[in-house]
Design a protein around this ligand. Structure first.
Ligand SMILES: NC(=O)c1ccc[n+]([C@@H]2O[C@H](COP(=O)([O-])OP(=O)(O)OC[C@H]3O[C@@H](n4cnc5c(N)ncnc54)[C@H](OP(=O)(O)O)[C@@H]3O)[C@@H](O)[C@H]2O)c1
Length: 244
């Protein structure tokens, strides 16, 4: 905890619960102004209270990742209010569990819209503002399924591969500039999402959302020439290097 992000403005999507909420509070611990994006306004408000208690300034900014207009309006209002954006955390995400044969086209489209298209729109809208900052940071939260494929998760897997692919291309476009793009690929994290998708994993074995949040703080505060492009984060009991 310190003030390394004092005066910086961070947008965190999916801040109403889970990993996003932990990230928002961790950035607040470094005194950032944190824009909390999601659809559940009451839950975003609760996160806002936690952000304030942690030492940050919270702005509740309801927006739907599947709705381009609401994302563009949100970015514009943040830019108008603060005159700057330093950090974008694309964390919001949804899963869909079904055999490919039983996956409806609308399930596929929804995963792609929330997990890949929304982050693309946000990157595009935020980049001109981010480039004006002395150090701009984009962190996209993908998943172990963005690296390998999981049965019964074809739509989710495809959307996370798309998110990683976009991130790699964007990092190349921005190579050597003041804006860096990072990807975090977690395995099972103790949130509502994993409770729904992998109820078979014991809660004791899951990664704490705070652990992912600590990695985000490292990535957005690290200054030097060394760049960590991507973090693969597995449960201690899961196979190393996402093998197996
Ligand atoms: N938990 C894991 O084991 C795990 C592992 C690897 C990767 N991940 C990734 O980590 C990220 C966070 O997951 P989590 O476990 O924290 O999930 P979670 O507890 O289900 O939270 C998901 C967040 O995304 C937001 N969201 C969902 N649809 C949205 C939409 N259409 N528009 C705006 N916000 C939306 C939700 O907010 P509202 O409901 O308020 O809209 C919520 O804040 C996701 O991208 C997920 O794929 C999770």
């Amino acid at each position: 905890m310190g003030d390394r992000l004092c005066e910086q403005v961070a947008i965190v999507t999916g801040a109403s619960r889970g990993i996003g909420r932990a990230i928002a509070c961790a950035l607040a611990g470094e005194h950032a102004s944190v824009v909390l994006v999601g659809r559940d306004v009451a839950a975003l408000g609760q996160c806002g209270d936690e952000v304030a208690a942690a030492g940050g300034t919270a702005v509740v900014a309801p927006a739907d990742m599947a709705d381009e207009a609401s994302l563009c309006e949100m970015v514009q209002s943040v830019a108008e209010r603060f005159g700057r954006i330093d950090i974008l955390i694309n964390n919001a995400g949804i899963t869909h569990s079904a055999r490919l044969q039983e996956t409806r086209t609308e399930d596929w489209d929804r995963c792609m819209a929330v997990n890949a298209r929304g982050p693309f729109i946000l990157c595009r809208q935020v980049l001109p503002i981010l480039k004006r900052a002395s150090r701009g940071r984009i962190i996209n939260i993908a998943s172990v399924v963005g690296v390998k494929g999981y049965a019964l998760q074809s739509a989710y897997t495809a959307s996370k591969h798309a998110l990683r692919g976009m991130s790699i291309a964007l990092a190349e476009e921005l190579r050597g500039s003041s804006v860096r793009v990072h990807v975090i690929c977690p395995g099972g994290v103790d949130t509502d999402m994993v409770g729904r998708v992998r109820p078979d994993i014991s809660k004791d074995e899951l990664i704490n959302p705070l652990e992912i949040a600590e990695m985000v703080v490292y990535l957005v505060t690290h200054e030097g020439n060394a760049v960590v492009d991507e973090l693969h984060v597995r449960r201690a009991t899961a196979a190393p290097w996402f093998c197996g």
